[in-house]
Design a protein around this ligand. Sequence first.
Ligand code: SAM
Length: 288
Amino acid sequence: MNLFTETLSDGYGQTLSIDELLFEQHTEHQHLIIFQNRFFGRVMALDGIVQTTERDEFIYHEMMVHVPMLAHGKARRVLIIGGGDGGILREVLKHSSVEQVVQVEIDQAVIDLCKTYLPNHSAGAFDDPRVKIHIADGVAFVREAQVETFDVIISDCTDPVGPGEVLFSSEFYQGCQRLLNSNGIFVAQNGVVFMQPDELITTQRRLSPYFHDTRFYTVAVPTYVGGVMALAWGCQDPQAAELDINTLERRYLAAGLNCRYYTPAVHAASFHLPAYIQQLLTKASVSP
Ligand code: SAM
């Protein structure tokens, strides 16, 4: 039996059986593999790190999208950085308030191959007339964009190795802050805290100079192994992350969403962090 072993963390990893190899290529930017696994369905990995699977993708994509979108309440213009599999885009387009989505993905091959082998991720989202795709480096886009302003920015990038590293930089966060409207919300995937604690500390230190309210919320995704994943949050208004449950429920119902993971109660609860994560953030607030 062929096995795919992910070794993102030293001395610990996960192994999935490759029951059928569907595609493998060194693209212009990264190694890409898509294979069939008997439990998770089709799996896509980049540079040896699981990015998404058919079976558990809904968990991550619903929490990365509906938490900021329902917290904002009337987002019209959304920027997605990365997200080449199309799952984030699919969920954003479910919000009728959205008039335009700009997506900046560095690797055209990821979009093309995920359309072919993971069609349910984007589910036609790339063809929506509200969508504009840029094939570019996300940090260059947020540095150079001129007239753009957004209500929500979602950074759905790879881990801070290879092409994704720049999307965890101060320059990137400054660029995102510049492109957000005054009540805009920034969110980003920020790794599995128990396995990558330094990633949380670094992001807290790099993000907090640009947003009055920098915090994290969490979600447990089976194939992002090692415990809860932290999702970074930046906003100038602390109230945006502390909406009452009645407001969240009203907005969820009005949006007509039918989620499999997200609920208004899970939204509110996701911002309540276990003690070890709070202790890491306290450590981050002390200068290095
Ligand atoms: N959900 C996954 C996770 O949490 O690890 C991320 C999935 S998505 C496939 C990651 C995307 O980020 C890929 O399509 C990759 O090509 C893209 N990416 C990596 N570095 C980038 C950069 N500097 N600018 C834009 N997109 C980038």
